[in-house]
Design a protein around this ligand. Structure first.
Ligand SMILES: [Zn+2]
Length: 480
């Protein structure tokens, strides 16, 4: 048996967000588990779509003895406080130092973290781990498809393995691939000794990176064909432009036996992707244009039109409380419309203190970091309430225990528009959010979701059309 130290430290940093990410954000449970350390990691992550879950599962097949250090994540938001990064990475390093006879290391990282003082903290963490374990112990890290991979990360790790789907329905699968890759590094270290990285010279806006659509769908199919044909290991990261630094471009990362052959393949594939630049452009609808378009359609029963409120997507660092689409739906007198999720703990509290079917007056949303935003002021009727504790059921959040605090389904008095409010942020990418409040999104005509792409995993099949709508927010969907 070989001894493998495992740890996770995940954050996707949106440098346009003014909300700094603190230690408390990494400690608490949200859509993913809270800060977990030691052997508790082995039981906590059972059957979840999270990379470390897949790694732990595959480790049994590979006969790895695991030494779990710690795992934590925080929702995408502004820069991570330097002291928070220093504290968590010091914990990982000190726990690693305490392990005896470590044969390999697996890290579950995102790859697009930025701290108040570092553009490439994951590169720093990987280098520190390398310093501890020495040059001959394999280090494998799994990365998000939105990783902004740097030469420092590549230098420190033996292999980097990224998700291949957006929505990320293969996070656990990526963890399994990382475990298999680690095994290959023990068996045939020379087969993946050569490393190469190529940066694609344009940024891709998040809503148009989906691998459920072209050109990304075709590109990832090509990646698997090339990998198989040449017996190399490849990862394509479409990048997280909102990290807003020199590394936030798509990258192609490869590992193989022969440097010349690997470099040639990488050059050709990077060129192939670069030639598809124009195909990554998509339509961004203005709010009024989208609502007028939807209201002019004959929407079939059970097949709503979905608005992706991408720029206020909390999954990309948005505040989750921008009300502009909701206000416009009400103003245009849209019928049978619903919007999720508005993060407003005060409104959720008021709803929980108002009898079902009764109304209360307040101001909802528009309270956090987006400039020039105002709340929606009005009277709201409580249609249902929930504790905000439920389990993800869609392909993306599958099995994850979700804790959003008090939640409510409210209707805006005098309109046919409903909103779902919560006490904590979450992107609206799972039908369980609606089921928790006994509401069926398929029975609505317009469903507005604060999500960029992940919602497609659970909602695309019910949509008669999907419009990417550019409401205000810090998750800029700037066109290339
Ligand atoms: Zn991602």
């Amino acid at each position: 048996m070989v001894n493998i130290a495992i740890a996770g430290f995940q954050h996707e940093t949106n440098c346009f967000s003014l909300i700094q990410t603190t230690l408390e954000d990494f400690m608490q449970a949200d859509c993913w588990p809270a800060y977990t350390k030691g052997d508790a990691i082995l039981s906590t992550f059972n059957q979840m779509n999270i990379p470390i879950s897949g790694f732990i599962e595959e480790a049994k097949n590979q006969k790895f003895n695991l030494e779990p250090l710690l795992w934590c994540s925080a929702l995408p938001s502004g820069k991570v406080e330097q002291a928070t990064f220093d504290h968590i990475s010091a914990q990982i390093i000190s726990k690693l130092k305490q392990c005896k006879n470590i044969d390999g290391v697996y890290l579950d990282l995102h790859g697009a973290m930025v701290t108040s003082e570092m553009d490439d903290p994951e590169g720093v963490l990987l280098s520190r781990v390398r310093w501890i374990v020495g040059p001959d112990t394999p280090i494998v890290a799994s990365l998000d498809l939105h990783a902004n991979v740097t030469p420092q990360m590549l230098k420190a790790a033996n292999m980097l393995i990224s998700y291949r789907t957006y929505p990320h329905v293969d996070m656990a699968e990526t963890g399994k691939r990382a475990a298999k890759a680690l095994k290959q590094l023990f068996k045939k270290p020379n087969n993946y000794k050569q490393k190469a990285i190529r940066q694609v010279p344009f940024k891709i806006a998040l809503p148009f990176q989906s691998t459920m659509q072209n050109p990304a769908k075709d590109i990832y199919e090509r990646l698997e064909i090339i990998e198989e044909k040449y017996s190399i290991n490849l990862s394509l990261n479409l990048g997280f432009p909102l990290a807003d630094n020199a590394s936030c471009y798509p990258t192609l990362v490869g590992f193989g036996k022969n440097a010349n052959k690997l470099n040639k393949i990488m050059d050709q594939f990077a060129e192939e992707i670069t030639l598809k630049k124009q195909e990554f452009k998509g339509k961004l609808w203005s709010i009024d244009e989208a609502i007028q378009h939807a209201m002019n359609q004959k929407i079939p029963p059970g097949k709503p039109i979905i608005f992706a409120d991408t720029q206020d997507n909390p999954g990309g660092g948005g505040s989750g409380d921008v009300m502009e689409i909701v206000k416009s739906l009400a103003k245009h007198n849209a019928k049978n419309a619903i919007a999720a999720i508005i993060c407003d703990p005060d409104a959720a509290y008021l709803a929980h203190n108002t009898p079902l079917g009764k109304s209360f007056k307040t101001k909802i949303g528009g309270k956090t970091s987006v400039a020039n935003q105002s709340p929606l002021e009005g009277e709201f009727t409580v249609k249902s309430i929930g504790k905000g504790e439920f389990t993800g059921t869609g392909p993306f959040y599958k099995g994850c225990p979700i804790n959003l605090g008090p939640m409510a389904l409210l209707s805006i008095k005098g309109t046919d528009v409903e909103i779902i409010v919560s006490s904590k942020k979450m992107q609206a990418a799972d039908r369980a959010i609606f089921n928790h409040l006994n509401v069926s999104p398929a029975q609505r005509s317009i469903v507005c979701l604060k999500s960029s792409v992940h919602f497609r995993a659970d909602f695309q099949s019910m949509a008669s059309d999907i419009l990417v709508v550019a409401a205000p927010g810090v998750n800029y969907a700037k066109q290339i």
